[in-house]
Design a protein around this ligand. Structure first.
Ligand code: ADP
Ligand code: MG
Length: 231
């Protein structure tokens, strides 16, 4: 029985890891598939491309079918200038957003918040929220990202606001439930993973949303210097 328990724990750990990986594989895979289709259009008849596209589609289906919760891997925290991280992350997404008539604005104002975070994980969180904001605006619009350090003691608030479809109260209640999605090709894994990452940073998350008007996501993270004071 003991062994069985250990095995089931291992299996669940592997399942979680796999799901997290699958979620991360989705974006690059989508790019590769898009580019391969483009190659096929440009180079015309190539005997290998249809095979490659077919295999890539199989991979995409596998990734999409993955059904377990991806728990983030071990945390690697370090001191980080949040403005820089947000800047870099937005730069990464700007081209893609631009093609969809979406403009991303960042107003860091005068704060340069220093936080103690796992950079890659918080970057993943930012990417997921900006992606959701983009997907909520199929006809384009503006995304506004800003900081606020006066909302709560020792916390920095990062707000990501879109002008998208918004959410009903029922949808808001279901937010963060694993596999909850309203999108045809959605996985419903982005938010649960993000919430988990934010909680593991002793942070929290809040949503303001109105149908037809848009959504604002508030991410709260502890400020590093303040934490040192407490210690
Ligand atoms: P997915 O994006 O794969 O659907 P998520 O976990 O990222 O999964 O989001 C779950 C659901 O939450 C979405 O399908 C959508 O209904 C809702 N949602 C999240 N962010 C937004 C947003 N910015 N505007 C409107 N709805 C949102
Ligand atoms: Mg998403």
């Amino acid at each position: 029985l003991q062994q069985q328990l250990i095995n089931s724990e291992k299996l669940s750990a592997i399942g979680k890891l796999g799901a997290g990986l699958a979620h991360e594989l989705r974006n690059p895979l989508t790019s590769i598939i898009g580019l391969t289709h483009l190659m096929k259009e440009q180079t015309g008849s190539n005997q290998y491309l249809p095979v490659i596209i077919n295999e890539l589609d199989r991979m995409k289906n596998l990734v999409n079918q993955f059904v377990a919760y991806g728990k983030p891997s071990k945390m690697q925290r370090g001191e980080c200038n949040l403005s820089q991280l947000v800047h870099d992350t937005i730069d990464l997404m700007r081209n893609n957003a631009c093609e969809r008539n979406i403009k991303i604005h960042f107003e860091p104002e005068n704060t340069t918040p220093v936080v103690h975070i796992d950079k890659n994980k918080i970057k993943q969180v930012l990417i997921n929220f900006i992606k959701n904001a983009c997907e909520a605006m199929p006809n384009g619009g503006n995304i506004k990202v800003k900081f606020d350090d006066n909302v709560e003691n020792s916390m920095i608030r990062i707000s990501i606001k879109d002008e998208g479809v918004g959410m009903t109260n029922e949808q808001l209640e279901q937010l963060g439930t694993l596999f909850f999605t309203t999108k045809e090709t959605g996985l419903g894994m982005g938010l649960p993973i993000c919430i988990d990452i934010i909680h593991s940073h002793d942070g929290k998350i809040e949503f303001d949303s109105e149908v037809g008007k848009g959504t604002e996501v508030h991410i709260f993270l502890p400020l590093y210097q303040e934490r040192m004071d407490i210690l």
